[in-house]
Every structure is written in structure tokens, then in C-alpha cells.
Design a protein around this ligand. Structure first.
Ligand code: ASP
Ligand code: MG
Length: 412
């Protein structure tokens, strides 16, 4: 007997039929003797619908009220799933984030979980009930409702699994696991049976959308294994992906996957003084405006000046460019330029730690296709490049092929 936390995403609970199908699956796990805690998202499209409503009424409205509204989608699904389970003679009880007491900070729309009171849940499990918890939401110290950011139900599930010391956190979604790259771009992408939490963390931060990055951070920090499975596949032996400790990964490969991100933009100040304190003068105002910076590149100076380039989310481009123009003027920079038609593409794999030449192999494959690299950055288990957005699909296919990741090659 195990304690399992399962999370079902929006498409998995998108219709009354789907909710009943989820109830059946939950009951199946319960009947096998497991304790089951279920986290659900809002029905698919619901959070977007609520966002549109908010924007139609007052797009500048208070962040507190925004979260009051956005959190309602999940409240509907917990109640419906609980009723569906009751209809199948499986005792269940639903809780909102506030009812559990999922305590967060007060950063509306991107709150972080600080503590979970697991007492109610443990008592209900001991009484033989399935416990259903609303994803994506919590409550701050003053009793305000908060939400955790889009895709935040993944984080609720992992955080609950950690708090309850669950054996596994299962994320049910509309795909049967993690692939070597997005199969919509490379149809030959291979299913990955298991990979390291650290690899998943890099893939998620480099643009893979299967799991919310904060959920993976949480799992990595607390060593909680996550299994990604499809809620649309009823086969007992259906495929899934286990994201787990590096030593438990079945197969070691040099490059696990290719991740990409189309949401970035690049900004450059050229001819800034090459002296102490310049980087903070440039990036300080950017971070004061709450704009997150991804890659940063500064050249070796010459003629006592240097060039400074960084990337940000494309949504922040206009605001960041304005800030940079005024910083550039005060520093006496030669030019301030930018481009919001770029993309970042990365290869990720823990095997890189012990293999030399992975980066050159990547650069050669891209060069052979005539793709120019605008920026390069590396970590121990990742190499990322920024390229023109129009080459993204070609670059993804090229790297997938260059590192032999197609079905039946790396994965068997
Ligand atoms: N309902 C929220 C969203 O659509 C949270 C989630 O689904 O994880 O982003
Ligand atoms: Mg999701």
C-alpha cells in the first residue's frame, strides 16, 4: 500500500464525462489499497475564460480580486470530482487551498507555497476517504486567496506530495510523458521512459512545457519522484515518464532532449564604459521593474568600452527597451538595439558532464545548416544558443537528428 498524489490537468477534467472517467481511475487506485490524494485543475479553457472576464470588466483591476476570481475554476472541479466519486460509491471529500491551509506568500498571481497543514488530509485518508484538493491556489497570512501562476496545479501536487511524504506524485495530462523534443515540431521525437529531475529542471526552464517549472524545482529540492502519464490511455501498461533521482534513471545518454523557447527578446547596449559597476547600472533598473533576465553576455572591453547583451521575456520587450534607452543615454552608450524575433534552443543531458565536445558537435550541426548563433551560454548539463526565430524549427530538427534522438535510436 502506498500514498499517491495524483494531479489531473484541465483537459483531463474538461467535460462531465472526463470527470467521471477520472473518478473511475481514482477509484481503481484506491481499490488497489492505496491512499489517494487528488489535485485538479480547472476545466480546460476555464482559467482563460475567467481572465477574459476580468479584462472585459477592468484590466487594471486589483491583483487581489484577480486571484479571488481565477481561483474559482478549481473550486468547481473539486466539487464535481467528489460528487462523481460518491456516485461510484467511493467516499471522497474536497478542499480548496484555503480549507487545507496551503499557506503562501502574498505575491498575487505568482505566490509561493511556504507551508501546508496536512492534518485534515491525513485524518480523512485514515478514515478511508479520497481527498481532493484544488490546484493552483493558496492563502496568505492575512487570509487572502492567492494563485500560483499558470500551470500552478502541478506545483500544488508536488508540494502536497512532499508535505505528505507520498511515495510518488503522478501528473496525469493529455500526453503520455516527456519527449526528446516537441513532437509537433519533430514528429520522430522519442518518448523518454525516465530522466533525472535535474534534466527536467533544465528542460522546463529552457522551454519544455510539460511540467510547470516551479513544480520541478520543488521536486528537485525535495527529491520527490514525478511520473507523467496520460489520462486518456486506459491500458494498464500505458507509457509514462518517471522523473527521478539521477541514480534511479534507467538509461544514461549524453543528450536527453532539445528544448526551445520562442518567447524571448534580446537587447544590446554597445559602447558602454568598461569599468566597475556598469552591469548593475544596466540591469538594476531592469530588475527594479520586475523584469526577469535570462541570458547575459558581456564582451571583453576594448578602447575602454564594452558591449552588453541580455535576453528577457518577449512580453517585457517594449518596457525593457524604454528603460535601457534611458540607461544607455546616462552611461553615454553608443547604441541601444534590440530584437524580438529571436528564439533560444538548448540541448540538455546529465551525460554532458563526462563527455567533451558536445557543444562543438551542436555548433557544427547548426553551422552546416547555415544557422547563425547570436549568443551562446552553457551550464554543466546544458548548451543554449540564441538564433533568429525563423530558423527555430530547422534548428530543432537538425539537433534532434545530430544527437540521434529519433524514435528507435536513443531510446531503445
Ligand atoms: N487552471 C490554472 C491554469 O490554467 C492552473 C493549472 O491548470 O495548473 O493555468
Ligand atoms: Mg498544465
Amino acid at each position: 500500500m502506498a500514498l499517491i498524489v495524483q494531479k489531473y490537468g484541465g483537459t483531463s477534467v474538461g467535460t462531465p464525462e472526463r470527470i467521471k472517467a477520472v473518478a473511475q481511475r481514482v477509484k481503481h487506485w484506491k481499490d488497489k489499497g492505496n491512499d489517494v490524494v487528488v489535485v485538479v485543475s480547472a476545466m480546460s479553457g476555464e482559467t482563460n475564460r475567467l481572465t477574459t472576464l476580468i479584462n472585459d470588466v477592468n484590466p487594471e483591476g486589483s491583483c487581489r480580486e484577480r486571484d479571488v476570481i481565477l481561483s474559482t475554476g478549481e473550486q468547481v472541479t473539486i466539487g464535481l470530482l467528489s460528487m462523481a466519486l460518491a456516485g461510484q460509491d467511493c467516499p471522497a471529500i474536497s478542499y480548496t487551498g484555503a480549507q487545507v491551509k496551503i499557506l503562501t506568500d502574498s505575491a498575487y498571481s505568482k505566490a509561493r507555497i511556504s507551508e501546508i497543514d496536512s492534518e485534515n488530509i491525513s485524518n480523512d485518508l485514515a478514515a478511508g476517504k479520497v481527498v481532493i484538493v484544488a490546484g493552483f491556489q493558496g492563502i496568505d497570512n492575512c487570509g487572502n486567496i492567492t494563485t500560483l501562476g499558470r500551470g500552478g496545479s502541478d506545483t500544488t501536487a508536488v508540494a502536497l506530495a512532499v508535505a505528505l511524504k507520498a511515495d510518488e506524485c503522478q501528473i496525469y495530462t493529455d500526453v503520455d510523458g516527456v519527449y526528446t523534443t516537441d513532437p509537433r515540431v519533430v514528429p520522430e521525437a522519442s518518448h523518454i521512459p525516465s530522466l533525472a529531475l535535474e534534466e527536467m529542471l533544465e528542460m522546463a526552464s529552457q522551454g519544455s512545457k510539460v511540467l510547470q517549472i516551479r513544480a520541478v524545482e520543488f521536486a528537485y529540492k525535495y527529491d520527490m519522484p514525478i511520473r507523467v502519464l496520460s489520462s486518456f490511455d486506459d491500458d494498464e501498461n500505458a507509457k509514462s515518464t518517471l522523473v527521478t533521482r539521477e541514480e534511479d534513471v534507467m538509461e544514461k545518454v549524453m543528450v536527453r532532449g532539445v528544448a526551445f523557447n520562442r518567447d524571448e527578446a534580446q537587447l544590446t547596449l554597445s559602447g558602454v564604459p568598461d569599468e566597475p559597476g556598469v552591469a548593475v547600472k544596466i540591469l538594476g533598473p531592469i530588475s527594479d521593474a520586475n523584469i526577469e533576465v535570462d541570458m547575459i553576455v558581456q564582451n571583453i572591453g576594448s578602447d575602454s568600452t564594452t558591449d552588453f547583451t541580455f535576453t528577457i521575456h518577449r512580453n517585457d520587450y517594449v518596457q525593457a527597451k524604454k528603460i535601457l534607452e534611458s540607461v544607455g543615454a546616462s552611461l553615454g552608450a553608443r547604441t541601444c538595439t534590440g530584437d524580438d524575433h529571436i528564439a533560444k534552443i538548448s540541448i540538455v543531458g546529465v551525460g554532458m558532464r563526462s563527455h567533451a565536445g558536445v557543444a562543438s558537435q551542436m555548433f557544427k550541426a547548426l553551422a552546416d545548416e547555415g544557422i547563425n548563433l547570436r549568443m551562446i551560454s552553457t551550464s554543466e548539463i546544458k548548451v543554449s544558443v540564441v538564433i533568429d526565430q525563423k530558423y527555430l524549427e530547422l534548428a530543432t530538427r537538425t539537433l534532434h537528428e545530430a544527437f540521434d534522438m529519433s524514435s528507435g535510436k536513443s531510446d531503445t
